[in-house]
Design a protein around this ligand. Structure first.
Ligand code: DGL
Length: 250
């Protein structure tokens, strides 16, 4: 028996496509709805309650659209409200991304590390628990205020300037970079141009494997065509075009 309902995945914009790219590699026979919440971008500076209200509406939308599982492809939403959503919606499987700091602990503990994330993620209790548990005492935390916003706009010059102004000072100081926001893998090359040859840590592949295991364990694997439906909360055509372009380059 297969469970042919869809998988819902969302972010404050198109950043979560970096997570979806990993998921479709390991779960090819599932159908997906990707919800890009550009209307509420950025999430990074919003309060927990604001984010909860926003995410609650998205979850309701997915449930109405017959989703069996929901992927929170936004570190800010995950660290702030994933537990509250799980408590509220007991019958739906949630999988939530979080900054891959444990991977640093497992594979590169000795090396100095820069964690880049939104202000919301870095301030969150959940992130702080993770940070204290796996601290290698050679780690810099950087709140990248409005960086997700700039990436969302796609303006290359602004991205370069932002990186030079905000992360340039870590050149030669760090060897690891944790991409603690799902938008940041989209500018991995630009970060390398600024910092030199660093190793990136990103939790998307692990999340994809985890989602697959959950579906298998609960006998929820589907046998579908692998359709990916894109919805932007402002119905912005340019978001849709960019989303599919990034997906095609996988
Ligand atoms: N992609 C979101 C994250 O992973 C972006 C946050 C934002 O909208 O500020 O945190």
């Amino acid at each position: 028996m297969n469970d042919n309902r869809k998988i819902g995945i969302f972010d404050s914009g198109i950043g979560g496509v970096t997570v979806l790219k990993e998921i479709v590699k390991v779960l090819q026979s599932e159908d997906y709805i990707y919800y890009s919440d550009s209307k509420n971008n950025p999430y990074g500076d919003k309060s927990d309650n604001e984010i909860m209200n926003i995410c609650d509406n998205i979850v309701k939308f997915f449930i109405k659209n017959d989703c069996k599982a929901i992927v929170i492809a936004c570190n800010t939403a995950s660290t702030k409200v994933a537990d509250r959503l799980r408590e509220k919606y007991l019958n739906i499987q949630f999988v939530a991304i979080e900054p891959a700091y444990k991977m640093v602990y497992d594979y590169a503990y000795e090396k100095s590390t820069l964690i880049m994330a939104t202000k919301g993620t870095i301030e969150s209790e959940k992130f702080n628990i993770l940070y204290n548990k796996f601290n290698n005492y050679k780690t810099y935390l950087l709140e990248c205020v409005r960086l997700a916003d700039i990436i969302e706009s796609g303006e290359k010059k602004k991205i370069k300037e932002y990186l030079n102004d905000n992360i340039g000072k870590y050149k030669k100081k760090v060897q690891n970079v944790v991409l603690g926001c799902t938008h940041y893998p989209l500018i991995q090359n630009e970060i390398k141009d600024t910092l030199g040859n660093v190793t990136f840590f990103n939790g998307s592949y692990r999340l994809a494997i985890h989602l697959k295991e959950i579906l298998e364990k609960n006998k929820m694997i589907g046998k579908n065509e692998g359709k990916i439906e894109f919805i932007d909360s402002q119905r912005l055509k340019r978001k849709e075009e960019r989303f599919y372009k990034i997906l095609e380059n996988r």
